[in-house]
Design a protein around this ligand. Structure first.
Ligand code: GYE
Length: 323
């Protein structure tokens, strides 16, 4: 409560005049102001930016929150520093979208000692004591990978596949789950071989760089399994630059199902895109409300997701989606 009051005073100093002139209740209005420190992975992809926006919209001042976002630029050390800063500032809640699964025990023990509940979103963490976080909300990345592999088995049956595999940043749940599925698919399908595999860190630039390097190196392939849309965009640019037709010369499988990518699915450039839902803001808000009421939210919540091929996909469907 003490920390809320300090922020209340700061907020009143900043907003006092305008709050009064707009006729807003000036005195007790910020007493329930909830301060949330959000350690975000970075801004590496459209998915990530949609995720950040969703958090900003839900944990807004109008909804009674003061949200402090730290962009870790995909570096775990930066996230650890950000969490320590949040503890130091005495925030009410910490939300962590972790870069990787490992390496959180120490800093989360510090948050626990400071009695700050930690909510994990998106990727998972692997800690010895699950009491170090209140709950986790995110996707089943292995299920996403399995959905992609099943589509390949059903739709490309009997075709020999030379696969270029663009991976996300190593050690992240999204990379681990999607990679596991492809590995199992390759082992189970005698006609499938891995032509090349590397991490493109979930970015468009690295996706393009890798595919250009494979083409320049004479590596033959007819399918790209990109672990997110941005790497798929980069791959498509690289193919086009080299006179290859995405969707014809090379089949592209992707993850996230952002609007831009779904347009490419409609055009046939991406053959199949597995949805990964980034709209965690309202889910985190609901969890904080539960915690505020003294309730215990479910420890693990998986969001529901689907997947898209060109069949049945329309502009209306794409427009109606939230990202
Ligand atoms: O697929 C990718 C992002 O962890 C689900 O990270 C997330 C992944 C997402 O950069 O685009």
């Amino acid at each position: 409560m003490k920390k809320r009051l300090i922020l209340l005073l700061a907020a009143m100093l900043l907003l006092g005049g305008c709050a009064a002139s707009q006729g807003k209740p000036a005195d007790n209005a910020y007493e329930d102001y909830i301060v949330v420190g959000f350690s975000q992975v970075g801004a590496e992809s459209d998915w990530r930016n949609a995720n950040t926006r969703s958090m900003q919209q839900a944990l807004s001042a109008e909804n009674g929150y003061r949200l402090i976002i730290d962009d870790a630029q995909q570096k775990q050390e930066r996230q650890i520093t950000a969490i320590r800063n949040f503890i130091h500032q005495g925030v009410d809640y910490i939300v962590l979208a972790p870069t990787t699964e490992q390496g959180w025990d120490t800093v989360l023990a510090e948050a626990k000692a400071a009695q700050i509940p930690v909510i994990i979103v998106d990727r998972r963490i692997d800690v010895a004591d699950e009491g170090l976080f209140a709950c986790w909300i995110g996707s089943d990345f292995r299920l996403q990978g399995d959905t992609a592999v099943r589509w390949m088995e059903e739709n490309l049956a009997g075709q020999p596949l030379q696969i270029v595999h663009l991976q996300g940043n190593y050690g992240s749940s999204a990379q681990i789950g999607r990679t596991e599925s492809l590995d199992i698919g390759v082992a189970a399908n005698p006609g499938w071989t891995l032509a090349a595999r590397d991490s493109g860190d979930f970015t468009q630039a690295k996706g393009q760089e890798l595919v250009e390097a494979y083409l320049a190196g004479g590596i033959g392939f007819n399918l790209i399994f990109a672990e997110n849309d941005n790497m798929a965009y980069g791959a498509i640019d690289a193919l086009k630059k080299n006179g290859l037709v995405p969707g014809k010369d090379v089949t592209i499988i992707s993850f996230d199902a952002n609007r831009t990518a779904l347009q490419m699915v409609m055009k046939g450039e991406i053959s199949f895109d597995v949805e990964c839902n980034p709209l965690h803001g309202p889910r985190v808000q609901a969890v904080i409300e539960q915690l505020e009421r003294g309730e215990t939210p479910p420890k693990f919540t998986f969001v529901e997701e689907s997947a898209f091929g060109a069949e049945g996909l329309t502009e209306e469907i794409i427009d109606s989606r939230g990202y």
